[in-house]
Design a protein around this ligand. Structure first.
Ligand SMILES: [Zn+2]
Length: 560
């Protein structure tokens, strides 16, 4: 007995030190692995040690990474992709949608009013009712709700409900009264108070900056609410398979919340954060400099988000010509060139990325012109980051003459596939068929020589990776429908779609050496799915579920 024990302990002593050098923390075996690395696109097994990938290859070769303390995960043929990244999301907004009246999927005006009534019935007298997520596109008729619709279910409680796109909201009379908005209130810069054509009274719809007139009357959320939004938003993201979100706007208050939650270990999701500019938040980033890769490469703040126009649905997108279905308007720009110019110059000198929301063809041309002027004014020798990787968020309606300018200037169009399959129901009437050439033009952009990071823009859209992947490759609605002027040739291949949600957003965040593919030495972020979205019929992509999410080598979500 003693001899055996002695032999065992000798074995133990001599065995472990050797194993310790090669043994991985986790070995994933029997996987259907797509690496998004063109040199070795497929694999069976992955070994992970600490936060990094240490092996990618065959099951047999992975065996030498299995030590006594290695967790071996048998994937049973499931599909493994590099950790999905949402290149454009509003994380707090996603959480807020979970916490307030969530109007996603509202099927009609009556449905909307029923949901509002149920909430109003529970509200204290005079308390605000806020919500978000309605979209009238598929209602009969597809028209915006009005203050008088809301007054029927909420005569006393003030109500404001954001359209899914965030660029419009409907308020009831009680809310407009509290905000002193009436027929004589002028439109604020960058916004519009919709008025009844006959009476000239506000009809309840507030576009873009005009929403602020009412929203500033809503009691501010508490610090606990703000933290809870981030926690809930991140929880939903990780469960859906997102490993990083690129948070398109916000302020240092958000950054403080992220830091607190990371420090406490309650936040695992990676966040690449932008703050709004021009203005005090951007100035702070320009003065203090970026935050790069804190909390185990989870938190980076190095980008300024500019908003240059509104959205197409609410006719706030700035177009080069009038709207086809509203010839008296061509939308509006929401930033002044004289405010933008000094900030762009400063950003180049200090190595700060700029990402600008531009939806209409006029906004896209405007921002390309402004970027071009700044890039010419600050030569590479005077830039902190030679290749600034500035971005245009959405790049939705682009005059075909402007598409090649992105590649020429090194500008990245960051696009959201689900916008196309939602917007294409009303885009033909807003724009007319000819102007759809160059709209949601993913494949034209890729062919022009740029990368196209893909995002969801949640809570504007639902924020589900499978909806985005499907929209990118199918360019049809979720029932498989495609209409006139939808330009099916702008759909992308599955290999391109995979890059849109992995290596291309990593590139757009200066992280392409760090993550975005399944390669030895990169951070171990994996999205593991119930089906092979690279080969299954298009509509089955929508039924595919995330079964496991790995961030920094840690399994942060495992479906039961
Ligand atoms: Zn957005």
């Amino acid at each position: 007995m003693r001899l055996i024990l002695l032999a065992a302990s000798l074995l133990f002593v001599s065995f472990i030190p050797i194993q310790r050098s090669t043994a991985a923390d986790i070995v994933f075996k029997n996987g259907n692995v797509y690496t998004a690395n063109d040199q070795t696109p497929k694999a069976q097994a992955i070994a992970v040690k600490a936060d990094k990938i240490v092996f990618v290859g065959t099951n047999a070769a992975a065996q030498k990474f299995v030590g006594p303390n290695t967790r071996v995960v048998d994937l049973k043929g499931r599909t493994v992709l590099p950790g999905f990244t949402d290149a454009h999301q509003h994380l707090s907004g996603v959480g807020q949608r979970e916490m307030t009246l969530n109007l996603e999927g509202t099927t009609s005006l009556e449905d909307l009013l029923a949901k509002v009534k149920a909430r109003v019935d529970q509200a204290k007298p005079g308390a605000w009712v806020t919500g978000r997520g309605w979209i009238e596109t598929h209602w009969q008729p597809p028209v915006f709700p009005t203050r008088s619709d809301l007054d029927k279910v909420s005569p006393n409680n003030p109500v404001i409900l954001g359209r899914a796109d965030g660029h419009g909201a409907v308020a009831n009379s009680a809310a407009l009264k509290l905000a002193n908005v009436d027929k004589s209130t002028p439109n604020p810069f960058g916004g519009e108070i919709s008025k009844d054509k006959q009476s000239g009274e506000p009809n309840g719809m507030l576009l873009d900056a005009a929403q602020g007139l009412v929203r500033r009357r809503v009691p501010p959320s508490t610090k606990e609410d703000d933290e809870r939004e981030v926690v809930l938003g991140a929880k939903r993201d990780v469960e859906l398979g997102w490993t990083q979100v690129q948070d398109a706007g916000g302020d240092y208050g958000d950054v403080d919340i992220f830091k607190k939650l990371y420090a406490a270990g309650t936040l695992k999701l990676r966040i690449y954060k932008a703050v709004y500019g021009p203005g005090p938040q951007a100035n702070r980033l320009l003065t203090e400099g970026p935050i790069i890769g804190e909390f185990g490469n989870r938190l980076t703040v190095r980008s300024i988000k500019v908003v240059s126009d509104g959205a197409l649905g609410s006719r706030g997108a700035a177009l080069l010509g009038p709207y086809s279905d509203a010839p008296d308007t061509s939308g509006f720009l929401t930033v002044k060139a004289e405010d933008l110019r000094p900030m762009l110059i400063d950003a180049l000198k200090k190595g700060i990325q700029v990402e600008t929301h531009a939806i209409g063809d006029r906004a896209n041309r405007f921002i390309l012109d402004e970027y071009e002027t700044a890039l010419k004014a600050v030569p590479v020798s005077e830039r902190k980051v030679a290749e600034p990787r500035w971005r245009v968020e959405h790049a939705q309606i682009v005059n075909p003459a402007d598409i090649p300018r992105f590649a020429k200037l090194g500008i990245i169009p960051s696009m959201q596939p689900s916008h196309a399959i939602g917007d294409l129901f009303f885009a033909p009437s807003r724009l007319g068929i000819p102007r759809l050439n160059g709209s949601y033009a993913w494949e034209s952009f890729i062919k022009s020589g740029v990368v196209v990071p893909g995002g969801s823009d949640a809570p504007v859209e639902r924020g589900e990776p499978m909806i985005e992947f499907y929209a990118a490759v199918a360019r049809k609605d979720q029932k498989g429908f495609s209409g006139d002027g939808w330009h099916p040739e702008e759909a992308v291949t599955r290999e391109q779609a995979l890059k849109m949600f992995t290596i291309w957003p990593a590139y757009a965040a200066f992280e392409d050496k760090l993550r975005g593919t399944i390669e030895v030495g990169k951070l171990a972020d994996l999205t593991i799915l119930s089906a092979d979205i690279m080969t299954i019929p298009e509509l089955e992509i929508l039924k595919t579920r995330c079964v496991m999410t790995v961030i920094n080598g840690e399994i942060v979500h495992e479906a039961s």
